[in-house]
Design a binder for this molecule. Structure first.
Ligand SMILES: Cc1cc2nc3c(=O)[nH]c(=O)nc-3n(C[C@H](O)[C@H](O)[C@H](O)COP(=O)(O)O)c2cc1C
Length: 429
């Protein structure tokens, strides 16, 4: 299996920073996130993954789970200096950046880390007001820009041939300038001469990650991504997504195995089933319902101040517009079809945000993960620690060893770069 972990130091389960030992005072600093990353490295995980957004909208509603405190370039650079094997994946939006900057930043992290950089390519559904925009461009427009952006970034990485560095002291030539080529790109969104001003990344291309789940998002992912993240609460949905994504990848002329599909799992691990359930109940009790109401209203862009916690959001308040995104529709189904009350929706959202929620022993979590893996529902998982640091510790010291003992996960890193550990080829320039 490929295993990465979504590092959310405040805990994937909302409001669990309230736990006594959460180290919540240290958020945004280096030592806590470095400890979490070292823990993941000791468990031989493929990579740590940092999500990102460029607005404070949910933070203003009191929700610090997905907070933007860990600006990806600074965070990954700092962690590169403190680790040796684990992959370092960060999120940068194509909607707010220029390809030349992103190409340099990711190339820099790749060099500084010895070939461990990964870029989670997102188009963003929020934050445009911080970059001179108003409203949110349509998905078509965002993905059109993303397509061109990634293409330019890759061509910039390829604008130095691999053999252009000579370091020939006798002749006094450090490089062969003939190996550097302008890209002369002139497109709809970007005009970039090139070449880039940093040698080709050690991995050729840092690993590309994508998590689109709409048709247009999946098509984009199938073209560019090495890793696909996806929120799949149910086995059947995960199998359908996996089959569809692999078909799209084959349609692109790529091998099915070139792209690793990783659904998220939020495992609450106890030494017994009862202990796990007690931990899950304790986490649920942490949820601040008033704040949860604001967050659900914000996520769903719905007016729900008049709804009691034990009432249902009326069906007619939901939009059926597919453009609202897959997470919105997961919520809509939970409310409308499964009949969850507002309280249940708040706690459900606090727990899993659309990912598989698991409560039980490490043995049973491993059973479930292996079942998904063997039945063609995934190539591994993105592990979401429900609470930190002890939630991640349980994953790393109980769940991962269980997978290792059964032969489903490495006990030593195979290579020194993230690509090597993922079993992916290094792209030629
Ligand atoms: C595990 C996971 C992590 C994601 N991380 C981010 C992120 O850090 N920043 C972001 O703006 N979007 C993030 N997304 C959202 C996706 O990029 C994507 O926009 C979303 O899944 C909806 O798909 P669509 O764009 O095809 O509608 C993430 C999605 C998943 C499943």
């Amino acid at each position: 299996m490929v295993l990465t972990t979504f590092v959310l130091p405040a805990g994937y389960h909302r409001d669990t920073w309230r736990r006594e030992n959460s180290r919540a005072e240290e958020l945004a600093g280096l030592s806590f996130v470095a400890d979490l990353t070292r823990m993941a490295e000791a468990a031989k995980l493929d990579a740590v993954f940092f999500g990102d957004c460029v607005h404070a909208n949910s933070t203003m509603r009191g929700d610090i789970m997905m907070n933007g405190f860990y600006e990806p370039v600074t965070t990954l650079s700092a962690l590169a200096a403190l680790t040796t094997n684990i992959g370092l994946i960060g999120t940068i939006s194509t909607s707010f950046t220029q390809p030349y900057n992103v190409a340099r930043q990711m190339a820099g992290i790749d060099h500084m880390s010895g070939g461990r950089a990964g870029w989670n390519v997102v188009t963003s559904r929020d934050g445009f007001a911080n970059f001179g925009g108003s409203g949110v461009p349509d998905p078509e427009e965002r993905y059109d820009r993303a397509d061109e952006h990634v293409d330019v970034v890759q061509r910039l990485w390829d604008s130095w041939s691999d053999d252009s560095i000579l370091v020939d002291r006798a002749s006094g030539r450090w490089l062969d300038p003939a190996g550097l080529r302008p890209i002369d790109h002139s497109g709809k969104h970007f005009k970039v001469q090139g070449p880039i001003n940093i040698p080709r990344p050690l991995q050729g291309h840092p690993v590309l990650v994508q998590a689109g789940s709409s048709d247009i998002g999946m098509a984009f992912g199938s073209r560019i991504a090495d890793i696909i993240y996806t929120a799949q609460p149910q086995f059947e949905g995960a199998q359908d997504f996996y089959a569809k994504m692999k078909r799209l990848v084959l349609d692109q002329g790529r091998e099915a195995d070139d792209v690793k599909v990783l659904p998220g799992i939020v495992p609450v691990i106890g030494d017994t089933e009862n202990e796990a359930k007690e931990i899950a109940d304790e986490l649920g009790d942490m949820v601040d319902l008033a704040s949860g109401r604001r967050q659900v209203a914000g996520d769903l862009k719905l007016e729900i101040d008049d709804i009691g916690y034990d009432e249902h959001i009326p069906e007619e308040r939901f939009s059926e517009d597919p453009k609202m995104g897959s997470r919105y529709h997961i919520f809509r189904r939970k409310s409308v079809e499964q009949g969850m009350t507002l309280r249940e929706l708040i706690i459900d959202r606090a727990r899993s945000t659309g990912h598989m929620w698991f409560v039980g022993t490490a043995q049973r979590a491993a059973d479930t993960m292996i079942e998904w893996f063997e039945a063609g529902a995934c190539d591994g998982f993105n592990l979401n620690a429900p609470h930190n640091p002890d939630g991640l510790e349980a994953i790393c010291t109980k769940l991962v060893p269980e997978l290792q003992e059964r032969g489903y996960f490495r006990t030593e890193y195979e290579g020194s770069t993230l690509r090597e550990n993922l079993g992916l080829d290094r792209p030629a320039a």
